[in-house]
Design a protein around this ligand. Structure first.
Ligand SMILES: Cc1ncc(COP(=O)(O)O)c(C=O)c1O
Length: 446
């Protein structure tokens, strides 16, 4: 199939330079295991789990079969004032995997919706407890929480914010970025140890500015994924937890990327040994096959919302929020099959093991190449940071991404980083191929 066979006049592609895409399109028509087939019949390794989604690899029969069975049994049912058996089962499994008292699951359809759901729940929770004045949110520079107005406001990637001016939420502040390019440019499988307490600015600068009693929640990704796999300093997340606890502030972990195995554990929260009050998920929960997202919240939050309504009449809704497709039965059937498959094939353990292989391969194969100024790997993901082309930030990574694609490897450009985050089924040979193609490309683009 030639790409001229597609009419490309009508689809506006997300987060993509549409004009140049049309000149050199990348169109997938099939996928299996670690590979895509392109429209012109080439095989391309999925080096990024199709944007952190396809942990179990492509075309997994147990997931496909569960979806087909569910379609023939209960295709869809309204989510308001009713539910379905798959949603209850999926919620039970997800809560069972989550740490601490994270036991209540609110479903939605994407990471962006999860971000906005968690922020709204934070406001509603504080109000239910008589602290409705707590309405300041704290995000972090370079954080990514999707593209809804709430997630965009607490997010900290400048390009995602700059066109949206006054539409950003007003009562938001940001923690500093968590990267030290001098002392921690190269990190392989360990947590960077800083001499400075990076979380102290929350306690010493940000909270006093807003007054801690006005702050609703702090929201962070355990590892900053979309920005380019930036790792938190050792002990940083624990410090955020302590500071939030001290001031009655909720801590939200956005685990859309780190959730369900990427760190070799159920969640980033488990990896770092810190339990947030809410944990946002999406992507890998269904192996990316069908949209599903959600927020796992603590019993404490749920109970407060229920208790506040204890004397309300039976028809009173406790939380005015939800989506038509919250807990969609087909998505939940996909989640159940995916989580079973992860467990049965011990894929999270495998992600942890293959993460070491990836980290070693990236550090030995890419360090010292022209323009490489850092490499960070932890869990089954790594990023190589490149110096910018003068006056054209992001260009070098984009050119390398294109070149890798032409040589059969899909990597992810993120500003001046190239990110690799393959499915958990990845073999050593795939990693070697990905790193070799990337190394050649970095040399060519010097
Ligand atoms: C941490 C995080 N939160 C939220 C999102 C947004 O998810 P979605 O694109 O499903 O809305 C992403 C997407 O990559 C993400 O990485």
């Amino acid at each position: 199939m030639a790409y001229q066979d597609f009419n490309m006049e009508h689809q506006w592609l997300p987060f993509t330079p549409n004009r140049s895409f049309k000149k050199d399109p990348r169109v997938f028509v099939a996928a299996d295991g670690m590979h895509f087939t392109t429209h012109d019949g080439r095989q391309v390794i999925d080096g990024i789990s199709s944007l952190w989604c396809v942990g179990a690899g492509h075309n997994r029969k147990p997931i496909n079969e569960a979806i087909k069975r569910q379609l023939d049994t209960l295709d869809y049912a309204t989510a308001f004032q009713a539910s379905n058996d798959q949603a209850f089962k999926a919620a039970e499994m997800i809560a069972g995997m989550a740490p601490g008292d994270l036991n209540k699951v609110l479903f939605c359809n994407s990471g962006s919706e999860a971000a906005d759901t968690s922020l709204k729940l934070a406001l509603a929770y504080h109000r239910a407890r008589g602290e409705g004045h707590r309405n300041v949110f704290i995000g972090r520079e370079k954080g990514y929480h999707g593209v809804g107005f709430g997630g965009m406001s607490v997010g900290g990637i400048p390009a995602n914010r700059k066109a949206f001016g006054a539409a950003l939420l007003p009562r938001v502040d940001h923690l500093r970025f968590i990267h030290d390019p001098v002392n921690h440019a190269y990190i392989n499988g360990v947590e960077p140890e800083w001499s400075e307490d990076l979380a102290a600015e929350l306690e010493n600068r940000i909270l006093p500015l807003h007054d801690p009693s006005n702050v609703a929640a702090v929201i962070v990704e355990p590892v900053s994924g979309s920005a380019g796999w930036y790792l938190p300093p050792k002990g940083y997340l624990k410090r955020l937890r302590e500071i939030c606890d001290k001031h009655g502030i909720l801590l939200i972990f956005d685990e859309v990327i780190t959730g369900f195995g990427r760190m070799g554990s159920n969640f980033g929260a488990d990896y770092y040994g810190v339990v947030p009050d809410m944990l946002n998920f999406a992507k890998c929960v269904t192996n990316g096959v069908i949209p599903l997202g959600g927020v796992i919240c603590s019993d404490r939050i749920y109970d407060a919302m229920m208790n506040a309504n204890a004397s309300s009449p039976d028809h009173a809704v406790e939380f005015f929020h939800g989506y038509t497709y919250s807990g969609h039965p087909v998505a939940c059937a996909a989640a159940i099959a995916t989580l079973d498959l992860f467990k049965q094939d011990q894929l999270f353990e495998r992600a942890g093991q293959m993460g070491k292989v990836l980290g070693d391969a990236m550090h030995s194969g890419l360090k010292g190449l022209p323009n490489v100024i850092g490499i960070r790997s932890l869990g089954l993901a790594g990023a190589v940071e490149l110096s910018s082309v003068a006056g054209a930030p992001g260009k070098r990574a984009y050119d390398i991404f294109m070149d890798c694609f032409h040589h059969g490897v899909l990597v992810r450009p993120a500003a001046d980083n190239i990110v690799i985050c393959p499915p958990y089924i990845v073999e050593k040979e795939h990693i070697e191929r990905i790193v070799n193609v990337l190394a050649d490309s970095i040399r060519k683009n010097a």
